[in-house]
Write a protein that binds this ligand. Structure first.
Ligand SMILES: Cc1cc2nc3c(=O)[nH]c(=O)nc-3n(C[C@H](O)[C@H](O)[C@H](O)COP(=O)(O)OP(=O)(O)OC[C@H]3O[C@@H](n4cnc5c(N)ncnc54)[C@H](O)[C@@H]3O)c2cc1C
Length: 399
């Protein structure tokens, strides 16, 4: 296994670094450094900056506007992006629905939907989960009944990330109850402005409005918005999930966080000595460092095998669990470092002066919210228990 990057890859790294230093919107990076939260406008402007370089669709085939990057180049781009703290693309459009459309959509649908996704002019949400269908997604009940050239949709979706920003939503809906539950599911795209769609916020444990519940009441959707065949949506959904297995690793960001943590530990004192001299805290930081190094090696090993033509496949479940544990460990250390300051729970961090009168350092105020949001990583993208089942059955081949 050769983990060194080739000269051409290092040249690419310099090109990406120069982009973030000179052409990426500086005010967005400043907001992130100040601990401010990003709104829809910031997320869209970031994507448009990537698009201006031809870099927003790293995974798409080149014929539709993809970058043509190797797996290593994608890794380097993400590493440089995380090094400066810039946001990733919002996954629902560019990473999730687009591959379904360019793989299973009609030529008309490709022409209609892909340009708006590529240019980030159309914001998408993912309507899969329902109050009674999460890990067991195939039991979903949102129903679409055919009426001439339209479907009439009724039901509820839940945990819909950023649906309050979305112009369009792609949903799995039930079109038949015959046969196995997987066999009666259809993949439908809907304009969020269609009468009968209502979005209600769900405020997360971290105090943020990221999640939503979406209600569909007699929503009339043209049959032309269906991707692929009726009742074949499960196949497309499974295909999408392979694309949803994007890297949760975020190794570069975690390394930056660890470096910051160590530097801050020298400035925070307890019982007359800095936390950088507290044996217990030092041990916890060292353990987090070692575990992070092992995550990095696992990611690089996966990349090395991809370069030689193998897909990571079910092994990505290992990465998902490791990345979740590391993220939770690091946010926990920040809470511990902040001590009582971490109890300062600010939910509205959209304003530049969000923390100016608190007397509490900018790094400490959001630490509890980050810690709490990171708990959700155990659940989204496939819950940890479900990933463990995958590892047991598909990787270890246990009975
Ligand atoms: C921050 C966040 C963002 C999300 N964004 C979206 C989105 O944009 N669109 C969308 O459609 N959904 C979204 N989701 C929903 C997410 O996909 C579901 O929460 C997830 O699939 C789990 O489903 P559930 O919440 O119904 O929990 P359940 O499936 O009810 O699981 C409850 C518990 O039971 C365990 N469990 C379930 N099945 C098994 C099993 N077979 N073996 C062992 N243990 C099991 C789980 O691990 C979990 O601990 C989001 C969730 C979160 C937290």
């Amino acid at each position: 296994m050769d983990l060194a990057f080739a000269d051409t890859d290092e040249a690419f790294r310099l090109e990406v670094r120069a982009f973030f230093e000179t052409r990426f919107p500086k005010d967005i990076l400043d907001k992130i450094r100040r601990g401010q939260t990003l709104g829809k406008d910031d997320l869209v402007r970031a994507e448009k900056a990537y698009h201006a370089e031809g870099w927003s669709a790293a995974n798409w085939p080149e014929e539709y506007g993809g970058t043509g990057w190797s797996v290593t180049q994608k890794y380097i781009f993400d590493e440089e992006r995380e090094r400066v703290g810039a946001p990733s693309v919002v996954p629902m459009g560019l990473l999730y629905v687009a591959p379904v459309i360019y793989t299973f959509g009609s030529p008309e649908q490709k022409q209609r939907f892909l340009p708006g996704i590529l240019s980030s002019d159309v914001f998408w949400a993912q309507g899969y989960s329902e109050p009674g269908a999460g890990s067991d997604l195939a039991s979903l009940q949102t129903r679409a009944v055919r009426d001439g050239d339209e479907y009439v949709v009724n039901g509820v979706k839940i945990w819909t990330s950023q649906a309050h920003y979305a112009d369009w939503i792609f949903c799995l809906v039930r079109t038949s109850s015959a046969g196995k539950p997987q066999e009666g599911i259809t993949f439908l795209c809907m304009d969020m402005k269609t009468p009968g769609i209502t979005v209600r916020p769900i405020i997360g444990i971290d105090g943020s409005h990221y999640l939503n519940q979406v209600f569909f009441e007699d929503v009339r959707v043209p049959v032309g918005n269906r991707i692929g065949e009726e009742n074949k949506g499960w196949d497309y959904a499974k295909y999408l999930l392979t694309h949803e297995r994007t890297s949760y690793a975020h190794v570069a960001r975690k390394k930056m966080d660890m470096a910051r943590l160590k530097q801050l530990a020298r400035t925070v004192t307890s019982d007359g000595r800095s936390l950088a001299e507290d044996p217990l805290f030092v041990q916890k930081m060292a353990e987090a460092d070692v575990a992070l190094a092992s995550l990095e090696m696992t990611v690089l090993r996966a990349i090395a095998s991809l370069s030689s033509g193998q897909a990571p496949g079910n092994e990505s479940s290992i990465l998902k669990i490791m990345a979740t544990e590391r993220a939770q460990e690091i946010t926990e250390l920040f809470v511990e470092l902040g001590g009582l300051y971490s109890a300062h729970f600010i939910t509205d961090r959209a304003r530049p002066d969000w923390n100016s009168n608190s007397g509490i350092p900018d790094w400490a105020s959001p630490s509890m919210a980050s810690y709490l949001f990171t708990r959700a990583q155990t659940i989204y993208g496939g819950a940890t228990e479900v990933q463990k089942n995958v590892i047991a059955k598909q990787v270890l081949r246990l009975p």
